[in-house]
Design a protein around this ligand. Structure first.
Ligand code: F6P
Length: 320
């Protein structure tokens, strides 16, 4: 009988997860495995919700957002009892190992499972791009493009009304996505958790921008910095200018994956199954300097990804 390998998507969905599921499934079947899709993240594992994946069941999904397996956050697996239940479920399903597609929460689950002797490969997928061990996560490029497209539209109304906009970007407690969105959308200011902002100074700079003839100014504001509404109120008070807030929210998580995201997801999925087949497990698959590679899960988990402050400098110098 063919050895069985499980695939699970967990945590927040990211565009390109489907492309990764397709790649893992098809390459897994090619390598002689029976591929089992666990539904609804780790909750589905505990609830025994799974499907057998075939070559055809992953047809027509490379171009779709979300995850065909559904996903979720499962606080139970953070407990010892929950983790034991997950290990038991994996054994009962007679899985040789598990491919986990997700972000940092999934990485923690992968680490815990590997400590219990389960063969795991994590694939980095999250719009936040906050995982050490990969220059880019699946879904990040799509979210970046979605946010930039939205800000291009916001710019039209901001310019027409001579307004300042604060645009809130997702990213949990990090500003990786915010910084790149800001640079690509030609925004004037960035507020991210990684860098201290003195609001009074920012207000002065905004006014100077107006004096230089700017008709609109856009501040990209990372969700990890608190309330964008409160921040906007303070800016309005300090500048006496009209300020509006737009929270891009969950639209950043959806939509058709870009070609770049699909390529990344396909390569990650293919490589994950290759490593698994070679007996190389307990790894996170990512990309470094253009090369798909892997590092131990525990290393990815315990190392903070470096924030590139240079990007902020470039943005400021160019948004004159
Ligand atoms: O990790 C992806 C992400 O979209 C973060 O940017 C955000 O903070 C979080 O998930 C939102 O989580 P939830 O889907 O549980 O509301």
């Amino acid at each position: 009988m063919a050895k069985r390998v499980g695939i699970i998507t967990s945590g927040g969905d990211a565009p390109g997860m489907n492309a990764a599921i397709r790649a893992v499934t098809r390459h897994g079947i090619f390598l002689g495995y029976q591929m089992v899709g666990i539904k609804r993240g780790f909750k589905g594992l505990l609830d025994d919700e799974f499907i057998t994946l075939s070559l055809r069941s992953v047809s027509g999904i490379i171009n779709t957002g979300g995850t065909m397996l559904h996903t979720g956050r499962c606080p139970e697996t953070k407990t010892r009892t929950g983790m034991k239940k997950a290990v038991k479920a994996i054994k009962e399903l007679e899985l040789e190992g598990l491919i986990i597609i997700g972000g940092d929460g999934s990485l923690a689950a992968g680490n815990a499972l590997s400590k219990h002797g389960i063969k795991v490969i994590n694939i980095a997928a999250s719009i936040d791009n906050d995982i050490y061990g990969t220059d880019e996560t699946i879904g990040y490029d799509t979210a970046l493009n979605t946010a930039v497209e939205a800000i291009d539209k916001i710019r039209d109304t901001a310019t027409s009304h001579d307004r300042i906009f604060v645009v809130e970007i997702m990213g949990r407690e990090h500003g990786f996505l915010t910084v790149d969105v800001g640079l690509a959308a030609g925004c004037e200011f960035i507020v991210v958790p990684e860098m201290k902002v003195i609001i009074q100074k920012l207000a002065v700079e905004l006014k100077k921008g107006k004096d230089r003839g700017k008709t609109s100014e856009i501040i990209v504001f990372a969700e990890g910095c608190g309330s964008s509404v409160e921040f906007a109120k303070k800016i309005e008070k300090l500048t006496d200018l009209e300020v509006r807030v737009s929270n891009l929210g969950y639209i950043q998580r959806g939509g058709r994956p870009t070609a770049r995201t699909r390529i990344l997801a396909s390569k990650f999925g293919y490589t994950a199954m290759d490593f698994f087949h070679q007996g190389k497990t307990n790894l996170l698959v990512g990309i470094t300097d253009g090369k798909v590679s892997a590092i131990p899960i525990h290393q990815a988990l315990r190392t903070e990804k470096k924030f590139d402050a240079q990007t902020v400098k470039v943005l400021r110098n160019l948004s004159v």
